[in-house]
Design a protein around this ligand. Structure first.
Ligand code: SF4
Ligand code: F3S
Ligand code: FES
Length: 235
């Protein structure tokens, strides 16, 4: 099949404003968007800038906008796009460094504010392990799947309108520890998320849930955190 790739280009060292370059590429329907980008960079234009690492949906480094929706480029087959006209753009809401590469700094700053690590200063009862039942582990299983790709936060209208909103990815990673029976900092995290730029900025738009390549029930996780703040109970 022949695909027409329209790719966002911006080099801040040379360009006053962004533009689009068009590449016509012969490809297989089972090729992924990432394969086509690799071919363009390798054979046509070595200056094309984009991130990738694992190429298998694990590292989260190649999130980008493909025909107006956030995806991991390594997880999208050409045949699944339903068209041979493909527009590829950087994630919205984060500064563009070059072409498809955005500055992930603001995203990780929000992530860091929610204490995304286990807090427990007490020694385990047996001095070795903090035991947890399968039910307790299941409570936060879904939110352990996050790969920090930013597809959710950068598809959220509340984040677009105010970049100070902590965003769905940070809330997902707070949820992962708030509902972990071994953790002792739930109250502190809930206070952080009760801030004016915390969970209440979420207007239940659901874009985040639709964008998540790990199919995490993000809007539900946010609702659970909101409920914990309102009731003062983590259950
Ligand atoms: Fe990516 Fe999903 Fe994690 Fe958001 S919650 S950063 S979309 S993996
Ligand atoms: Fe945004 Fe997701 Fe809420 S898209 S408004 S964080 S449900
Ligand atoms: Fe690692 Fe796509 S390159 S998730």
């Amino acid at each position: 099949m022949e695909v027409r790739m329209r790719i966002f280009r911006f080099n801040p060292e040379k360009d006053r404003k962004p533009h689009y370059d068009v590449f016509t590429v012969e490809a297989q329907p089972t090729d992924r968007v990432l394969d086509v980008l690799e071919w363009i960079r390798g054979d046509v234009d070595g200056t094309l800038a984009f991130r990738r690492s694992c190429a298998h949906g694990v590292c989260g480094s190649d999130a980008m906008r493909i025909n107006g929706r956030n995806y991991l480029a390594c997880k999208v087959l050409l045949r699944d796009l339903g068209t041979t006209e493909i527009t590829v753009e950087p994630l919205l809401g984060l500064p563009v460094i070059k072409d498809l590469i955005v500055d992930m700094g603001p995203f990780f700053e929000h992530y860091k504010t929610v204490m995304p690590y286990l807090v427990n200063d007490e020694l385990p009862a047996d001095g070795k392990e903090r035991l947890q039942s399968p039910e307790q582990r299941e409570r936060f299983d879904d939110t352990t799947k996050c790969i920090l790709c930013a597809a959710c936060t950068t598809s959220c209208p509340s984040f677009w309108s105010n970049g100070q909103y902590v965003g769905p990815a940070a809330i997902v990673n707070a949820h992962r520890f708030i509902f972990d029976s071994r953790d002792q900092a739930a109250v502190e995290r809930l206070e952080i998320l009760n801030d004016q730029f915390g969970v209440w900025r979420c207007r239940t738009a659901f874009n985040c849930t639709e964008a998540c390549p790990r199919e995490i029930k993000i809007t539900q996780a946010i609702a659970e955190v909101k409920r914990a703040i309102q009731t003062g109970r983590v259950e």
